[in-house]
Design a protein around this ligand. Structure first.
Ligand code: NI
Length: 172
């Protein structure tokens, strides 16, 4: 397994729309394993392939406290959603920023697991939020897109400054 590099906002590659996986083969399973390792190491509760610059519809999630409930979503589709709730969200691609986002309270999804078998999952609470957040990544969308233009500009400025500092450190 390997730890993959996570793209940071405002990297334009985060805006790429992911393609469906045509066949769940060993290459995809290796990607899933690497994404789990990357997510657990970060640490985070979810990671979309888009964030590691692979533009396929693959997501890994584990919202459990003991990090023992890995969930792999390949080609996920929301088939039902209800209610709405606001929740504070963060993102491994937008470090140190936490903002409130409104999402559906419950979602039902259909997806493939790492064996290529289809399953249906009904999710609520943190898992529902996480699934919607990660599925947005596959569409090239980030949670900061939901914020007011003023808040969005402030965050963009902070992130650009952090990126400039990172690249200065890299050459010194
Ligand atoms: Ni994210």
């Amino acid at each position: 397994m390997a730890i993959l590099d996570i793209l940071h906002y405002p990297d334009k590659r985060l805006r790429t729309v992911a393609k469906p996986v045509e066949k769940v083969d060993d290459t995809i399973r290796k990607l899933v394993d690497d994404m789990f390792e990357t997510m657990y190491t970060a640490p985070g509760i979810g990671l979309a392939a888009t964030q590691v610059d692979v533009h396929l519809q693959v997501i890994v999630i584990d919202v459990s406290e003991d990090k023992n409930q890995p969930l792999c979503l390949i080609n996920p589709k929301i088939i039902d959603e209800e209610g709405s709730e606001s929740c504070d969200e963060g993102c491994l691609s937008v470090p140190d920023i936490y903002e409130t986002v409104r999402r559906s309270e419950k979602v039902t999804i259909k997806a493939l697991d790492q064996n290529g078998d289809e399953y249906t999952l009904q999710a609520d609470e943190m898992l529902a939020v996480c699934i919607q957040h990660e599925m947005d990544h596959l569409k090239g969308k980030l949670f900061v897109d939901y914020l007011s233009p003023l808040k969005f500009q402030r965050i963009k400025k902070r992130m650009l400054k952090a990126l400039r500092e990172e690249s200065r450190q890299a050459v010194s």
